[in-house]
Design a protein around this ligand. Structure first.
Ligand code: RAT
Ligand code: ZN
Length: 445
């Protein structure tokens, strides 16, 4: 045993030492970011990075329109650089960037070495400093600063541009980026999806329940999951999505129920992949805001209860958008071990919400959940989103471990590291492993 090993196995006895170790471990532990909208370089324009993209993040678009007299059309008619300039002027120069999304830009710039103390309020100064960077250099730098080990993308087989990358076998060219098969269109807009599937060579009918159609949908899902080497299948659902788990046989099922039961779940089980559900979005409350026009809504979690109960071998990765559903989801996770709760999603990815949610999740679930995912759309956001989250998670862990310390439960650095590694990647990996094991159990191999 070397000196460092001896040290990490020693019990921590004072609060100040405890605090120091937790801050250090939460800062340096590498993360598997299990849901983002980031892409490897091979996906070309799908990967957004740089200051102009940061300023056009849809979270900031919504905030910009709270202050401007510009019409929606006027804004959308601008080119990217002019939109970024309008947002910078309005949210960063004419007033202070206090919101989570706006202050996040400042954190990212600062941590990248573009200190606002030096570069001030001049957008062109930041642009100039980033101009010499190549995409691959920026990926390396950001992943290093944010201490990210792996990133899970959101991969849409209905996106023609993205399909080209996969069909040219370039989708897996960077091992740091994993795929997730996103199937919103299939489950939420069957008529449009059916048309698309036919174009892709799958012989589906308009009636989703036809056995041959379900067989073709399964073939489509398997082809894409295997081509992408997807880690899981994912859909984002409205809070009132109708999955009929208690339906009388005489009632016609919704296409969502038919496709989940007849294609999505069987494929997950056959391939040994988890199903990720992001529940509680109300799309396009204000369509004029485009991507920024979505809202949260309360969810009826009986949908989830029904799926978890019916498919005990199906691993479920779950997050919900309404604050009102958070406690219920946490309690539900205690009842079904095939549910793994993840992240503070979208409007909950703010300092106060992360603090509130993480505290009661630790209190009710111990170490058996995934505290955070970033949902980044622009590369550099990995820095601020993880930086802020690591700090808040550390605060909560300090208070929880301190309670143990006060009661004489000596903790070692090694034990803290073990727990933080579970939170930042191990628990996600365990869900993937369990899904594979379930498949072996079902298939008897
Ligand atoms: O968080 C977001 O950026 C949203 O626009 C959504 O993309 C959401 O995360 C989703 O994956 O549906
Ligand atoms: Zn997302």
């Amino acid at each position: 045993m070397n000196v460092h090993q001896a040290h990490v196995n020693e019990q921590i006895t004072t609060f100040s030492e405890l605090e120091k170790v937790i801050r250090q471990v939460t800062t340096e532990t590498r993360v598997i970011d299990m849901h983002t909208h980031l892409y490897a370089e091979a996906f070309n324009e799908h990967l957004l990075w740089g200051i102009d993209e940061l300023l056009q993040y849809h979270y900031l678009t919504a905030e910009f329109f709270r202050h401007t007299d510009m019409t929606y059309d006027e804004y959308w008619m601008l080119d990217n650089a002019s939109r970024a300039e309008a947002v910078w002027q309005t949210l960063f120069v004419d007033r202070s960037p206090l919101s989570e999304a706006a202050s996040g830009v400042i954190t990212a710039l600062n941590r990248l070495g573009l200190s606002p103390t030096q570069y001030g309020r001049d957008l062109n100064a930041y642009r100039a400093a980033l101009a010499a960077k190549s995409t691959s250099q920026q990926i390396d730098d950001v992943l290093e600063v944010a201490k990210i080990e792996r990133i899970v993308m959101t991969n849409d087989p209905f996106d023609a541009k993205e399909r080209e990358v996969w069909q040219a076998s370039r989708g897996k060219s960077d091992a740091r980026f994993d795929a997730a098969l996103r199937i919103d269109k299939l489950l939420l807009d069957w008529p449009a999806a059916a048309q698309d599937l036919r174009v892709q060579g799958y012989l589906v009918e308009d009636d989703a329940s036809a056995p041959s159609t379900l067989q073709e949908v399964r073939r489509f899902l398997k082809d894409w999951a295997l081509r992408m080497d997807a880690l899981y299948l994912m859909v984002s659902l409205p809070g009132d999505a109708g999955y009929e788990h208690n339906k009388a046989a005489s009632v016609t099922s919704s296409s969502l129920t038919i496709l989940l039961d007849g294609a999505v779940v069987p494929v997950c089980l056959e391939l040994g992949l988890p199903l990720a559900l992001m529940i509680g979005v109300r799309r396009q409350v204000n369509p004029l805001l485009r991507l920024a026009g979505d809202m949260s809504m309360r969810s009826d979690l009986s949908l989830l209860e029904g799926i978890a109960k019916r498919y005990t071998n199906l691993e479920l990765l779950i997050t919900v958008l309404a604050r009102e559903n958070q406690h219920e989801l946490t309690v539900l996770s205690r009842k079904f071990r095939n549910i793994t709760l993840f992240g503070c999603w979208w409007f909950l990815h703010t300092e106060s919400m992360i603090r509130e949610l993480t505290a009661f999740r630790v209190e009710l679930l111990g170490t058996s959940f995934i505290p955070q995912h970033s949902d980044c759309r622009v590369l550099e956001q990995l820095i601020n989103k993880w930086d802020h989250s690591r700090g808040i998670i550390a605060d909560i862990l300090i208070s929880k471990y301190n309670r143990l310390l006060k009661d004489g439960w000596g903790i070692t650095e090694e034990e803290i590291r073990r727990d933080v590694e579970a939170y930042f990647g191990g628990n996600f990996q365990r869900v993937l492993d369990k899904a594979k094991q379930n498949r072996q159990l079902i298939q008897g191999t």
